[in-house]
Design a protein around this ligand. Structure first.
Ligand code: FPP
Length: 273
């Protein structure tokens, strides 16, 4: 957390929020559905693509803040397998933005020791986008700080299909055990801890085919804020909210009642055994 404190102005809102966070219980992995770019632009009488441009600011802020907090992973839903249905000009603008982000931010990403990773069906990306993306991934592959997973041409169901295909293929060649670990090991996120916290902006109560397997026990934080208006303060508030949750993973967790003492059990007539 110290690099974050160093970057904040002592006593201002962000600093107070950051100091309220328990550094021992940070989420290891945050995933974000960055929604509301189009609506933000429309409300301002601008074309939808202006919303995507404005969405790049929070991308930088969130990546920087997660790196300064020392989180392990951040996954950003940048382009879904369904997004190809959008007008061609909008899709092309998204590719342009991604390329310009990679070019302009790479030095800062390197400075912060961030490792870029991409998840999704990357073979369907325009050749130039793919080439620049792979170059950026290769350049940051040795970094040991925050891992940023860019979900590009990503779909949760497509990911599970790809994992099952890989399993079937392997099963043809050798005997393998098919269990949860075997599937997890063949997802695009193999080796990355599942998200602890899933943030969605713009108020929609949906998971939109994002990390369907991995968010089984993620805590959800949905905010009405549109993505381009998402701030560092709101990220810190989401983490504070996460730290209030009682994560039970299907068990009884910390809210489980204390074991009933034997004399009381007897008084209630419950067999003790
Ligand atoms: C959803 O808003 C947002 C997207 C489909 C794209 C998000 C992509 C970026 C912010 C750029 C990401 C780039 C990098 C490098 C991570 P929407 O257009 O669906 O909003 P609406 O629901 O208001 O129409």
């Amino acid at each position: 957390m110290q690099p974050l404190f160093d970057a904040l102005v002592a006593g201002d809102e962000e600093d107070l929020l950051a100091r309220a966070i328990d550094p021992g219980r940070l989420p290891a992995h945050i995933a974000i559905i960055m929604d509301g770019n189009g609506r933000r632009a429309k409300r301002r009488g601008r074309p939808r693509v202006a919303g995507h441009s404005a969405g790049m600011g929070p991308v930088r802020v969130v990546i920087e803040t997660c790196a300064q907090m020392g989180l392990k992973a951040l996954t950003l839903y940048a382009f879904s397998v369904e997004n190809w249905k959008r007008p061609r000009a909008e899709v092309e603008m998204l590719w342009r933005l991604m390329r310009s982000y990679l070019r302009s931010e790479l030095p800062e990403i390197q400075r912060q020791g961030i490792r870029l990773h991409a998840i999704g069906r990357l073979d369907a990306l325009p050749a130039q986008v793919r080439a620049e993306l792979e170059d950026a991934l290769a350049q940051t592959a040795g970094n040991r700080g925050l891992q940023v997973n860019l979900a590009i041409n990503y779909g949760g169901r497509a990911e599970i299909v790809d994992a099952v295909k890989a399993l079937v293929e392997e099963a043809r060649r050798r005997e393998i055990t098919i269990d949860e670990a075997a599937i997890a090991a063949r997802l695009y996120t193999a080796g990355i801890p599942d998200p602890d916290l899933l943030i969605r902006t713009s108020g929609e109560m949906r998971v939109s085919n994002f990390l369907l397997w991995q968010i089984a026990y993620a805590e959800l934080y949905v905010t009405e804020t549109l993505w381009p208006d998402f701030t560092r303060a709101e990220l810190l508030r989401a983490i504070l909210d996460y730290q209030k949750r009682d994560r039970r993973f299907g068990g009884l967790g910390s809210r489980a009642p204390a074991p009933v003492e034997a004399p009381l059990v007897e008084a209630l007539g419950v067999p003790t055994r």
